[in-house]
Design a protein around this ligand. Structure first.
Ligand SMILES: *[C@@H]1O[C@H](CO)[C@@H](O)[C@H](O)[C@H]1NC(C)=O
Ligand SMILES: *[C@@H]1O[C@H](CO)[C@@H](O)[C@H](O)[C@H]1NC(C)=O
Length: 235
């Protein structure tokens, strides 16, 4: 998407529409934009890199994504320790998941597309995170917060024009993650969050069950080998 936008600025709004139609959960893109630290088999001496951190995972492809250390891995989940990170985010309350996702995605996309205090374009990254605080019942509103990761190379991010979009940070934190493939729908995320929660309970892991994150790593144009995750934050 970012690539399309660069090459054909005039088709942006069409592209946006296509994206919104196709969008289930999250969108990343394919701008070659990797952090040099992350390249496998590159000429960079890997020993010079903070060796404690896990190598850039394949599912980030050529997008920049936050660094973490893999702490544990079972057949059901992976435990990771993320470094502190900066994000842009927006939140809303709603009953309709897809509608909430579209609205938030568009706001954050506008920000990286230049609707900010310096009219500056910012490269798409991965993952697109969505924090879900489930409502008390089926017809109750859930609280959604969507995040786009800000690369550490964006040292002085411009201010958002949209007052409902904010620059924010997440602390270094430990999360339990569960992966699944395909085009993720709301029900897939919910199902996987349940499975993750059950696996963690079975293993007596301590986590905050009041909310979970969904993490999407792929643009809607990617058909195969899609990578989606749900996360619970460790206590
Ligand atoms: C929803 O989440 C946002 C962001 O974390 C928070 O500021 C807001 O108070 C929450 N609203 C409710 C009703 O919990
Ligand atoms: C990983 O988690 C499993 C399940 O709780 C546990 O048995 C194992 O000791 C853990 N391994 C490490 C290295 O923490």
């Amino acid at each position: 998407m970012y690539g399309l936008r660069k090459g054909h600025a005039t088709v942006l709004s069409t592209t946006k529409l296509v994206v919104l139609v196709l969008l289930y959960s999250s969108v990343a893109s394919s701008l070659p934009n990797s952090h040099p630290l992350y390249f496998k088999n590159s000429r960079i001496d890997v020993d010079e890199v903070k060796t404690a951190l896990t190598e850039k995972p394949d599912f980030c492809h050529n997008l920049e994504c936050p660094e973490y250390k893999e702490i544990n891995k079972t057949k059901d989940y992976e435990e990771r320790e993320y470094v502190p990170t900066k994000w842009i985010s927006t939140h809303l309350e709603g009953v309709d998941y897809s509608e909430a996702i579209r609205t938030m995605f568009l706001k954050l996309f506008d920000y990286i597309d230049g609707k900010n205090s310096r009219n500056e374009k910012i490269a798409m990254t991965a993952p697109v995170l969505n924090r879900v605080i489930p409502g008390a019942g089926p017809a109750c509103k859930s609280n959604f917060t969507m995040f786009f990761y800000l690369s550490p190379s964006v040292t002085n991010p411009p201010e958002p024009n949209d007052k409902t979009v904010v620059l924010t940070s997440l602390p270094g934190q430990r999360v339990f993650t569960r992966y699944f493939g395909g085009f993720a729908k709301e029900s897939d995320y919910v199902k996987n969050a349940e499975a993750l929660g059950n696996a963690l309970l079975k293993d007596s892991k301590n986590f905050d069950s009041s909310f979970f994150y969904t993490a999407g790593y792929d643009s809607p144009f990617k058909i195969l080998f899609r990578h989606n995750e749900v996360w619970y934050v460790a206590k």
